[in-house]
Design a protein around this ligand. Structure first.
Ligand SMILES: *Cc1c(COP(=O)(O)O)cnc(C)c1O
Length: 423
């Protein structure tokens, strides 16, 4: 196969998609926990981190938990989601959003994206309420750190008496009309997973204005212990509380949130500038109303400039064509110089595990797939709707190396190999 990048030399050091960036104070706070023996799920670091995140976001309460996923699970429980309930959920997301719904035995109904922010399409959400008018819950994701169309979505939720839950795992620090993502829903989640904008190595935080809900989450997350001299239980509990050691890492990172966002923003605009003239565009956002945290820089290839590419469940194949390119050609080219990109998150309604779940876009509901899943044989199906925007973005888009430690020269090289892909 023609290699359009043969001349370009690999980078000396690997450039990651998005890796942890430590500054020093993380170790100080971890050591403090160690020296004072608060090696537990209580301690000063947790208190401080909760206080500071509440201050930064303007949320009245913040509860430190073990992960973004466990936070979403408790948010789903706090909302009152019960077995068999439907929850409208962004289809283009990381699986944790949908899994948190499944943990309660509820059914995620997947909602299509729009092209302006790549997040949940308000028109598709409206359609979903037409089809299932008694649905009471919406789980909204701000993908790649880009705020969704919050005004429209909140309006639709209010009209339908539905509770909004935000999955702001990727968007900590991003704002919509000056207000932080993770403060629009009743119960909201952010994540401190290793690749997020700031990290604790792991960890998550529940944001809510309800003091009662915050107290409930604290109780549930520590095995639902009642106030008694012995272990007394009235409810199912979880071991979901944040560790005071992890909180030490988060505490050391918090002062650098703004700096990380600034670096990520520079990376985004450097790509935008460097890729000018190519038949592509960067992941878009509402420039008037929102300020993303620019967690991941992504690009999408114009329809007419896509070379042939097909994907199975586990592999892909593409043909190199002059003047055109495809996500995997670009990802392979990026990998060949020792940098890490990634395909766009594969929509949930295209995942074998969710093949029987509904998918709704602005035109209606896709048929559920009832055929058995045969490993490797379940290829791109459910194409019965006139348009499937999140699958189209998955097909034409990719995530670019967005590590905030990436040097300008390294990024220039990445830009160079991408440009070469379109030669
Ligand atoms: C990372 C992520 C999560 C899960 O967070 P963890 O801390 O890894 O459990 C949930 N939703 C989205 C959209 C994410 O990107």
């Amino acid at each position: 196969m023609l290699n359009k990048n043969e001349k370009i030399k690999p980078l000396d050091k690997k450039v990651w998609l998005s890796s942890p960036t430590m500054h020093g104070d993380e170790l100080k706070y971890m050591t403090e926990a160690f020296k004072t023996n608060w090696m537990s799920t209580v301690g000063e670091n947790i208190n401080k981190v909760e206080e500071e995140v509440a201050k930064i976001t303007g949320s009245k309460n913040a509860v430190g938990l073990a992960s973004g996923t466990s936070t979403l699970h408790l948010a789903i429980k706090l909302a009152g989601v019960k077995r068999g309930d439907r929850v409208f959920c962004s289809s283009m997301t990381f699986s944790a959003s949908a899994n948190s719904i499944c943990y309660e035995g509820a059914e995620p109904i997947f909602i299509d994206s729009e092209y302006d922010t790549w997040n949940m399409d308000p028109k598709a959400l409206e359609k979903a309420f037409e089809i299932y008018p008694d649905t009471k819950y919406v789980l909204l994701v701000h993908l790649y750190g880009t705020p969704a169309k919050l005004d429209e979505i909140i309006d639709i939720c209010n009209k339908n008496n539905a509770i909004l839950i935000e999955d702001a795992a990727e968007s900590f620090g991003a704002t919509y009309k000056g207000k932080e993502t993770g403060t629009f829903g009743l119960y909201n989640a952010i994540s401190f997973n290793g690749n997020k904008i700031i990290t604790g190595s792991s960890g998550g935080m529940l944001l809510t204005d309800s003091k009662k809900a915050a107290e409930k989450a604290r109780k549930w997350s520590t095995q639902s212990r009642e106030n008694a001299p012995w272990y007394q239980h009235e409810e199912v509990g979880y071991n979901y509380r944040m560790s005071n050691v992890i909180a030490g890492v988060v505490r050391g990172q918090i002062p650098y949130l703004k700096e990380h966002i600034r670096q990520k923003k520079e990376i985004y605009y450097r790509y935008k500038e460097g890729l000018k003239g190519l038949p592509i565009s960067m992941n878009p956002f509402d420039e008037k109303n929102s300020e993303p945290n620019y967690w991941l820089s992504c690009m999408i290839i114009d329809k007419d400039y896509m070379s042939k590419e097909v994907r199975g469940d586990f592999d892909y194949l593409y043909k190199s064509e002059k003047g055109k390119s495809s996500p995997h050609e670009i990802l392979d080219a990026i990998a060949s110089i020792n940098a890490e990109g990634r395909p766009i998150w594969k929509p949930m309604h295209k995942q074998p595990i969710f093949r029987n779940n509904d998918f709704i876009n602005r035109y209606g509901k896709a048929k559920a797939l009832t055929n058995a899943y045969i490993r490797g044989g379940f290829v791109d199906d459910r194409d019965d709707l006139p348009e499937d925007i999140c699958s189209d973005i998955f097909k034409r888009g990719l995530c670019l190396p967005s590590d905030n430690k990436m040097a300008e020269e390294e990024q220039d090289k990445i830009i160079e190999v991408i440009r070469a892909c379109f030669e």
